[in-house]
Design a protein around this ligand. Structure first.
Ligand code: ASP
Length: 337
């Protein structure tokens, strides 16, 4: 039986074309592929079907509702295909990959998100390799989880982050080993991939009802500012603290403000602003003081994973305590507790 891969173009540089205002997403990626890289003529290439979203976007415009509609497409087509490739803009690709991992919780087939730094429409580009390799991986090296493929690196979707604005090696997963590396040979590290589930499990609650704000601490941040922010109608705060999870403790009102917000039911996560490492609230007095306010550890999650996980858990409409407890559990490979 012929294996078929479902490709969804959502927008992003990979399929963009020049316009007087700069690059814009354009419909007709299938025609562009046929014209620039007739991969469907190669006997080694898996058969694929390419669909495009009605509204193609630059991923800087993406919202949690967009993550949700991509997950819906995969769920609705799940039984018909052997693997899924999502073509997406790089700017928020790590958010979408993370969000998909929470909605497509247990997988039996690969879902690979990719994009490019230079559009396929240009003579020199990284789009061709990213697309062809993602197809080869989905067909011949299927890993049953949401992955991100870019420039020779196969990463866990919810561990990845964009680390370079213009380099081809734009993505990395600072707190988790790469799942695979593609050079002359394709090497998959099966020992760090998630085992395929016995059956798929999708969880797609209504998205877009909750407000979450990441706040990066900075020297001199004051209590007034924090109070003002926490008085606004937000449901969650991701406090990007220093080092292993430290926040200023000289002003007791600063910590009191966090404690009060917690008591009001806002979920406050402590995440390190360092690219690599994890939150350990017991190392310093400044960290312990934060823990006593009820702020919970985000361990070694990326901002993208913590943000989309919190969005997902809040969408399930359970109690704040339940959300806090789930935030600290490893649900699909996103954290090391
Ligand atoms: N702004 C573009 C986007 O995220 C950048 C890219 O795709 O590389 O859609």
């Amino acid at each position: 039986m012929q294996h078929r891969i479902y490709i969804l173009y959502t927008g992003g540089t990979i399929g963009m074309q020049r316009s007087p205002q700069g690059y814009v997403p354009m419909p007709g990626l299938a025609e562009l592929i046929a014209q620039k890289m007739p991969i469907h003529l190669s006997a080694n290439m898996p058969d694929y079907v390419l669909e495009e979203l009605d509204l193609l976007i630059d991923s800087t415009n993406a919202t949690p509702l967009d993550w949700h509609s991509i997950a819906q497409r995969i769920r609705d087509n799940y039984d018909r295909y052997d693997g899924f490739i999502i073509l997406h803009g790089t700017d928020t690709l790590a958010y979408t990959s993370s969000a998909l991992s929470f909605m497509l919780r247990d997988l039996t087939k690969p879902v690979i998100v990719t994009g490019s730094q230079i559009p396929l429409s240009e003579l020199r580009n990284d789009a061709q390799d990213n697309l062809i390799t993602a197809l080869v991986l989905a067909r011949h090296y299927p890993i049953a989880e949401v992955c991100l493929y870019f420039n020779g690196r196969l990463l866990r979707g919810n561990r990845s982050t964009k680390v370079k604005a213009t380099g081809f090696d734009a993505f990395d997963s600072p707190n988790y080993p790469w799942l695979g590396q593609v050079g002359i040979h394709i090497e998959i590290k099966h020992e760090v991939t998630r085992p395929a589930a016995a059956s798929p499990r999708f969880e797609l609650p209504q998205y877009g009802q909750h407000r979450i704000v990441p706040l990066r601490l900075f020297p001199g941040i004051d209590t007034d500012f924090l109070q003002h922010l926490l008085k606004s109608p937000i449901d969650g705060l991701i406090l990007q603290s220093y080092g292993v999870g430290n926040a200023p403790d000289r002003d007791p009102q600063f910590l009191k403000t966090l404690e009060q917000a917690n008591k009001q039911g806002k979920v406050i996560i402590n995440l390190s602003q360092c690219l690599q490492g994890r939150v350990d609230l017991s190392s310093y007095a400044t960290g312990s003081a934060l823990a006593q306010t009820g702020v919970i550890s985000g361990f070694d999650m990326t901002l993208e994973a913590a943000f989309s996980k919190l969005q997902h858990l809040l969408a399930l409409e359970k109690s704040s305590d339940w959300v806090r407890q789930q935030m600290q559990l490893n649900l699909c490979g996103e954290l090391t507790a």
